[in-house]
Design a protein around this ligand. Structure first.
Ligand code: M6R
Length: 605
């Protein structure tokens, strides 16, 4: 999940490398580094920690050179420190790498026998030393090609060469790599986002491909090192990409943007004149769909879980959900009448991309619901439904989750219409209700003051539980995930009805238990489960849209979100949980946008 940048230019590149690395920090932020070539010398600078540190080092001791590579790391092999930070250089080459070399131990032993010495604990250094070895008898591109044949695992690479002062070689297998074009310089990057401030003309390497770039030329090669042409995309120009405005951090900006991102998404997908949903060109004739399988990771998986309830409620289609890292290794019985839907904010998540690849190999129809339309997952699927949330920078997913939900809901509704599972009046009513959402989201933000007070109650807690039934169960999972990733407090999400089958044993005096209980068909049942928790000393934080107050002294807080159509309530109920996680993390002085040990785009398995 590391971030890679490479620039070949006719002017010094280190400042632009630093600027691009700042954009790539969402991919990893435990160490950073860069290497430039100047007067046939590799000039390497590295730090542990953030890109700001690297910038300070460069400020004191600038790096000259018109060609260079940079890296932000999310540690896989070896602790995050200066030695393990990338680039990894020898006397001949310097390498940045994203991914994992699975046979690095074996390769390391061979190289050590040949007399090569390793400085770091990383898997990447075998690449540096293999290329160095092959350079004895080969030109740079061929030396990299020979190296690739030795490697097992996934990687994206950027490599510069001491004795070839004008080229960068890039290669990809598994991990994404983009190439950018400009008049007087060319670029290599983990994604188009890192290159956007410099160019909007991008090509993407496919698995097994290599590229060689100079300031004025880019050449692409296939798996057999045969020269190929690549399509050039013009990438979208997102507004307010990296501007926090008056917000303390990106996460708070992204939470409070949700009313407008949902409105934008509704505008994209609904036609107010025809009073219909603009979704056409289904890859399978909707009436012929046998089953829908929804696949994702983390928060995206939670949106799949919510969609299962919607599709089951609104359509007659059978639905399954799966976690991508499980799906990819199971013995799945593929069926061409099934539609396989992949949900991913980044569109680059390695497990989700691999699961999609398996579907493609089995020749079944795929759809992706993504925020980044130029992403690997979007480019590989038969059908793409963008969520139009705009760039999400905070590692904890917020507006992308609501965006995924709204697209999944719209899709469920449209499917139910075109299959004839719903009558016209009901369809029109559901559509009208959808348009009430942005206003209801805005009104939900008014709960923030209460949530700030509530957050204080979590400071001395040793753990917490989130409970819900029906579509509030995945919202409980999402609330627990947000709290643990942002505030590092243990949090369990559970279906409220499962408590008595084990987790009730965890309830002790004062344990914070967040109950998500909209006034739906599960409401009374959830109340009974709440009583069971109260009877054992749990401190209840009750989140509902029901006007009627509950009488119990153990209900520490009661938050009431606006009442909306029951099917849509998961969207509103999510917001207090996002704000709760945010405020607990703020009180604990955690790094909100970059929680420890995590990265925004998970491009390793
Ligand atoms: O980019 P994706 O939606 O595929 O990412 C999936 C997960 O890694 C992501 O949702 C993760 O769980 C978030 N950090 C949760 O806030």
């Amino acid at each position: 999940m590391c971030g890679i940048i490479g620039i070949a230019s006719n002017k010094p590149v280190s400042i632009n490398i630093i600027n691009s690395l700042k954009k790539l920090e969402y991919r990893g932020y435990d160490s950073a580094g860069l290497a430039t070539l100047n007067n046939s010398q590799i000039n390497e600078k590295k730090c542990s920690g953030r890109v700001d540190e690297l910038e300070k080092i460069l400020f004191k001791n600038p790096s000259e050179g018109n060609i260079g590579i940079g890296h932000v790391r999310w540690a896989t092999h070896g602790v995050p420190n200066i030695i393990n930070a990338h680039p990894h250089s020898s006397e001949k080459v310097s390498v940045v790498h994203n991914g994992i070399i699975e046979n690095s131990d074996e390769l390391k032993k061979d190289l050590e026998i040949k007399g090569f010495k390793f400085k770091s604990q990383t898997d990447t250094e075998v690449i540096t030393l293999l290329v160095t070895q092959f350079l004895e008898k080969s030109e740079p591109l061929e030396a990299v090609f020979k190296t690739l044949r030795k490697l097992k695992g996934s990687f994206a690479l950027g490599i510069i060469f001491k004795n070839f002062s004008d080229i960068i070689v890039g290669a990809r297998r598994g991990s994404p790599l983009a190439v950018g074009y400009s008049n007087e310089e060319n670029y290599l990057g983990s994604d188009s986002y890192a290159l956007k401030s410099m160019t909007n003309k991008i090509s993407y390497l496919d698995d097994g491909e290599l590229c060689m770039l100079t300031k004025s030329d880019i050449a692409f090669y296939d798996v057999n090192l045969k020269k190929i042409n690549k399509k050039i995309y013009t990438v979208s120009d997102d507004e307010n990409i990296s501007d926090k405005g008056d917000y303390k951090n990106f996460m708070s900006k992204e939470i409070f943007e949700q009313a407008s991102t949902i409105k934008k998404c509704l505008n994209e997908y609904t036609d107010s004149i025809k009073k219909d949903i603009n979704i056409y060109n289904f890859p399978i004739e909707p009436k012929q769909i046998n089953k829908i399988i929804l696949i994702g990771c983390g928060t995206a998986y939670h949106s799949c879980l919510v969609a299962k309830y919607w599709l089951e409620e609104l359509t007659t289609i059978d639905v399954e959900i799966d976690i991508a890292s499980e799906f990819r290794y199971r013995n799945i019985k593929f069926n061409p009448k099934n539609l396989y839907i992949f949900v991913s904010q980044s569109g680059e998540t390695a497990d989700t991309a691999a699961a999609l690849d398996i579907c493609k190999k089995n020749k079944v129809k795929t759809c992706s619901i993504v925020n980044v339309v130029e992403s690997t997952i979007a480019r590989s699927s038969d059908w793409v439904l963008p969520i139009h949330a705009g760039p999400e920078i905070g590692v904890a997913s917020t507006k992308a989750f609501l965006g995924q939900l709204i697209v999944l809901y719209i899709l469920s509704l449209k499917l139910s219409k075109v299959r004839g599972d719903i009558d016209k009046n009901k369809y029109d009513e559901y559509l009208r209700n959808l348009h009430k959402l942005p206003e209801s989201i805005k009104n939900t933000f008014k709960l923030e003051n209460e949530i700030q007070l509530m957050a204080k109650e979590f400071l001395d807690a040793n753990g917490s539980m989130f409970l819900g039934r029906g579509s509030s169960f995945p919202i409980a999972l999402e609330g627990a995930l947000k709290l643990k990733e942002l505030s590092y407090l243990h949090a369990e999400g559970y279906p409220a009805g499962e408590m008595k089958h084990g987790p009730l044993a965890l309830i002790e005096e004062g344990l914070p238990v967040i109950v998500i209980a909209p006034k739906d068909k599960y409401y009374e049942k959830t109340l009974s489960n709440t009583q069971e928790v109260i009877a054992r000393g749990g401190k209840i934080f009750f989140i509902t849209d029901n006007k009627k107050r509950l009488l119990s002294t153990n209900i520490r807080y009661r938050l009431r979100v606006p009442r909306i159509d029951n099917l849509l309530s998961p969207l509103l109920l999510t917001i207090p949980l996002q704000l709760l996680a945010y405020h607990v993390a703020l009180l604990k002085d955690c790094d909100i946008d970059k929680p420890r040990n995590l990265a925004k785009s998970v491009t390793v398995e």
